[in-house]
Design a protein around this ligand. Structure first.
Ligand code: CTP
Length: 411
């Protein structure tokens, strides 16, 4: 938690007093804490005691012009690394789920682009009320993280059940986990929640002998960016990757392979999936026979006999039993980009092809930017030049929209 900035949104519930301990513990962990209190929260604990512990001015009302002038709710919500809502009351959760912004607390929660961790606390009947459960399900789908509530005795006599605020160490552990997941920017929508997205990435290495192999220049940057974007948008992600020098995308299940045949097996074993994206640069050929010992320099020039590798995209797109609802291929071309990509889409049975120019002057191989065209059944879209991360996010948002429409049409 060192040097992490926490914005603590304190709701109006009897458990609000536990926030004093939470602030103390967060500061012990070297985090800095700024607090926003709802009007109701100020009935349970005073801004003075919270301010004494945070060592910062406590903010209570959107219409306090001085505070708006000094900080502003947008800046307030963006300057933090993580927002913690504790206690997240039934009313505060309802406001968050409904998108209300009528006081400072709800406004910073609406305006933020940072991860939000909610620690609910309320009477068990209020927690179990279908309205609260609906709001919690909606907030989870939107990417809000939860810790607790715990089950036990309530402050009110003879009331017990789920609704107790999680203990302070539990809230700290959950906060640490959310921060470690690297969520620097939390997408406000998580439209791929409940979907399984399978991505192939990187080159393949086809052995010639135990020490040599055939490969290509793929860096894996675009495929890994797609896996990262899909996970950020809420999908369960399986990434089948050839050898690359990239970190694993946070939250993705990573299957490491070397050859095209291993990649095909990895993909087949990961089905079923809702979306499959084939971003790997699979070697089209592999050496026919691989000797178990290193080929030595000799008088005879070694002849390299090649056999064709399986086409993974085609195999999955034409898979009769478990074809993913959306199959996306890439077409790396050096000339006649659109014509080749359009032909490839049909020949391979893909729904969409992301076509890009990989001629040496384009700088795409190994670079951070990409200029792509999306070839679908209904035509070609030219996307402007953008980062590989932006291509990934746009592609996965399009995939989510496609799935939403096709699911709605089927219902
Ligand atoms: N692909 C695949 N398995 C292969 C070859 C390609 O899954 N054995 C996939 C790639 O991941 C990509 C698409 O097919 O999504 C097109 O790859 P590309 O290399 O452009 O096409 P090729 O079929 O290899 O055609 P060519 O090299 O002749 O242009």
């Amino acid at each position: 938690m060192k040097e992490k900035r926490i914005l603590l949104v304190i709701g109006g519930g009897i458990a609000a007093y536990k926030c004093l301990d939470l602030v103390r513990r967060l500061r012990e962990e070297s985090a800095s804490v700024r607090a926003v209190m709802t009007r109701a929260a100020t009935q349970f604990i005073t801004p003075l005691s919270v301010g004494a512990l945070t060592n910062e001015k406590v903010l209570t009302d959107l219409f306090d012009l001085d505070d708006e002038h000094e900080i502003g709710h947008i800046r307030l919500s963006r300057e933090a690394d993580l927002l913690i809502v504790a206690p997240a009351t039934a009313d505060l959760l309802a406001k968050m789920a409904g998108g209300h912004a009528d006081d400072l607390a709800s406004t910073v929660l609406m305006a933020t682009n940072k991860p939000v961790l909610a620690a609910p606390a309320m009477n068990p009947r209020m927690w179990l009320n279908p309205a609260t459960q609906r709001n919690v399900a909606q907030l989870k789908a939107d990417g809000i993280r939860f810790v607790g509530p715990n089950t036990g005795e309530m402050a009110e006599r003879d009331e017990a059940g789920p609704g107790r605020l999680a203990e302070v160490p539990e809230i700290i552990a959950a906060a640490r986990k959310v921060l470690a997941e690297g969520g620097t920017v939390m997408p406000l929508r998580r439209p791929l929640t409940g979907r399984h997205v399978l991505v192939t990435s990187g080159p393949t290495h086809e052995p010639i002998d135990p020490v040599r192999y055939l490969a290509n220049r793929s860096s894996g940057k675009q495929g890994h960016a797609i896996a990262r974007a899909a996970a950020q948008l809420g999908a369960r992600v399986t990434l089948i990757t050839g050898p690359v020098a990239l970190p694993d995308p946070p939250g993705a299940h990573v299957v490491r392979i070397a050859t095209a045949e291993e990649m095909l097996r990895g993909v087949q074993q990961s089905l079923p999936a809702d979306v499959a994206v084939f971003a790997a640069a699979v070697a089209d050929w592999r050496p026919a026979a691989v000797p178990s010992e290193k080929i030595k320099k000799g008088s005879a020039k070694p002849a390299l006999e090649l056999v064709e590798n399986p086409d993974i995209l085609t195999a999955i797109a034409k898979e009769p039993a478990q074809r993913p609802a959306l199959v996306i291929g890439f077409a790396a071309e050096t000339d006649d980009v659109i014509a080749h990509a359009t032909a490839k889409r049909k020949a391979k049975g893909a729904d969409w092809i992301v076509a890009n120019d990989v001629s040496p002057q384009s700088g795409v191989f190994g670079g951070d930017d990409n200029t792509v065209h999306l070839v679908t059944r209904s035509g070609v879209e030219d996307w402007p030049a953008m980062s590989k991360d932006a291509v990934a996010e746009r592609l996965m948002l399009r995939a989510a929209e496609h799935l939403r429409k096709t699911t709605a049409a089927a219902e």
